[in-house]
Design a protein around this ligand. Sequence first.
Ligand code: 5AD
Ligand code: SF4
Length: 474
Amino acid sequence: MLIPNLKEAKTRSNKESIVKANEYIINNDLKELGKGKLYFLKTYGCQMNEHDSENIKAMLEDMNFSETKDMEEADLILLNTCAIRENAHNKVFGYLGRAKNLKSRKPGVLVGLCGCMAQEEVVVNKILSEYKWMDFVFGTHNLHKLPQVLEKSIKEHKLNVEVLSCEGDIIENIPVKRDSKFKAWINIMYGCDKFCTYCIVPYTRGKQRSRRKEYILNEVEELVKDGYKEVTLLGQNVNAYGKDLNDNYKMENLLEDVAKTGIERVRFVTSHPWDFTDNMIDVIAKYDNIMPYIHLPLQSGSDRILKLMGRRYTKDSYLELYNKLKTKVPNCSITTDIIVGFPGETEEDFKETLDVVNTCKYDGAYTFIFSAREGTPAAKMKDDVTLEEKEQRLFKLNELVNKYSKENNDKYLDTTVKVLLEGTSEKGEDTLMGYTETMKLVNVKADKKYIGTIQNVKIKEVKTWSMDGIIEED
Ligand code: 5AD
Ligand code: SF4
């Protein structure tokens, strides 16, 4: 049994991370474990988790499990979890209730949990006391050990917890089963060293570890050969890429090299304003295949709150960066993340946030009510904003965000944009969906033969969150 320890999870050394290229091992016995069995995988949270789930699927399929989308018929239920806010927790525990019910009817079913929640002491303690019926818990640092963890569970029939609290290594040989044949996530770094005071991620994901460029560029080149049209470079703070390496190769160099592979579209998330260099902006502006879309989390518009959050920038320096981006990368769209109700946030502070939203007129924003995460500094701060106030602020903020989102979209009416058509839309089998270069969702009534292609689409109708268009034939 290896149980998480938040104190150990927050230590940071100056050591360069270790790259391990032979750490994922699957022997012949493991390959038989899933024969004739079905797995059900549920993923919560960010793109990083989505991508981890693509690794999990590949490992399970290496073990000969097959996927089912129906939990009721599964032999293995695995929840890949997110720890960022309390409501993510609640959803997972709710789901575990359903899994328990199923297990009482089908005792052979294995139920496991992985991802960020597994790295939290509070969660594992709760599982050890109230969810003893579960089979296994493993963390973000030993994702690649899934086959071995499962083997143990199948043999021992008792709850097995294997969570490491460490800075973490870089494991290079985990297989991947991508959800899309046209766009791919690529991890360029793991972990985070920023320690924003509200955020649990530096504890659940470990030290910032940049993947070596050879592995990243090789992955992109392989994807180009396989016909992929788009890559999204992933990290908690991609702009800090390379800062933990000693070779002076930074995000601007990586972006440029990825663009030079000739892949049609390059995206990256998430950027921290602090590490956004002028050189990076120049590279984005220089290459047509680096998409003019930037997610630039603001979190708050009040200097006082930004300081309490440990964000390392001010309202003015954020706006300066914003203006530089808008000037150097014309027509680029910018989205953001904002937290309301941070401990001690006054009406005045909140007005400062609205003020920045009114200045930046974002294309979109993910907005959240502050959620205290145990073990983070902000969880210990005096939180004197009532829930009612927080909800009112969120409502007000969302109204403003929606207004600007629609106004930005309105500018697209009757224009022609390039859309990578990814698949059928929720609207029905006769409609395809895809995204513009600026990351606007577009629905197009078109034949399925267009799936996987980039088309010129004329926008005919504009809504707050999406647009409808028609393909313009040459
Ligand atoms: N409470 C509310 N929102 C949070 N986020 C991160 N931690 C918290 C928290 N404790 C938000 C931030 C971040 C996004 C991914 O989630 O806005 O950018
Ligand atoms: Fe969390 Fe801040 Fe790191 Fe983003 S940069 S993952 S908000 S600590």
